[in-house]
Design a protein around this ligand. Structure first.
Ligand code: ATP
Ligand code: MG
Length: 201
């Protein structure tokens, strides 16, 4: 399974609908400082529900909506505004359970779902804000997305995304703490926990 495309609409610095293709094995994004490279990673974390707002460099969810006067603190915006991010996944290798996607999509037909689209929207009205998640166009809860992605080992606690600063943190850790991360990634930590539970019984 891999991301084939990202569609950003009014998200952070992307004031208009922007499609970003991803290659199967390796994609590099380059550009000057402040051009929006990290915002693209933030978009993935936002859409897949993998980070808190602080993890995507925003105080509140609505800060993620494109704001032409972003640098200017004084800017006031009126009326409804919204942003959305769509992550298109190639699931032709069947990593994600198709029946689960079909259930989330609410259809009875169990066909070959090779392309899975996960989308999240944030909408701001005059006095409130709303967040919506979708799998292949059908409205779902965050937990549906988390259950789906967990099948590919993608979890909020995981190390699927290595952020700026994380590498330095790993270098500065004690060997024991670093070993714990490796155990976590290798899936050994789960068994250590089970072993401990068994000894306690
Ligand atoms: P660097 O190379 O320094 O890491 P970068 O390419 O990763 O830069 P980003 O951090 O992705 O850059 O983008 C920062 C830019 O995004 C800033 O100019 C900031 O003003 C803009 N930005 C962030 N949120 C919004 C928003 N809601 N509306 C408009 N622009 C925004
Ligand atoms: Mg950056």
């Amino acid at each position: 399974m891999h991301i084939t495309e990202l569609v950003l609409d009014n998200f952070k610095s992307f004031g208009r609908k922007t499609r970003i293709p991803f290659y199967e094995d390796f994609t590099t994004i380059s550009g000057p400082n402040g051009s929006g490279k990290s915002n693209i990673i933030d978009a993935v974390l936002f859409a897949l529900g993998l980070a808190r707002t602080s993890g995507i460099r925003a105080e509140k969810l609505t800060d993620l909506i494109y704001n032409p006067g972003h640098a200017d603190e004084e800017v006031e915006h009126a009326g409804e505004r919204e942003a959305s991010v769509e992550v298109v996944l190639d699931n032709s290798d069947g990593t994600l359970d198709r029946s689960q996607v079909v259930n989330a999509a609410g259809t009875e037909k169990v066909g070959d779902i090779e392309e899975i689209t996960i989308k999240r929207r944030v909408k701001e009205t005059d006095d409130n804000y709303y967040s919506y998640y979708y799998i292949n166009g059908r409205s779902v809860n965050l937990s549906d997305i988390q259950d789906l992605l967990a099948q590919a080992g993608v979890t909020p606690e995981g190390y699927n995304v290595v952020m700026q600063g994380d590498v330095t943190e790993i270098i500065n850790m004690t060997p024991y703490a670093r070993r714990q991360i490796i155990d976590e990634i290798a899936g050994v930590a789960e068994f250590d926990a089970k072993k401990e539970d068994a000894f306690e019984e």
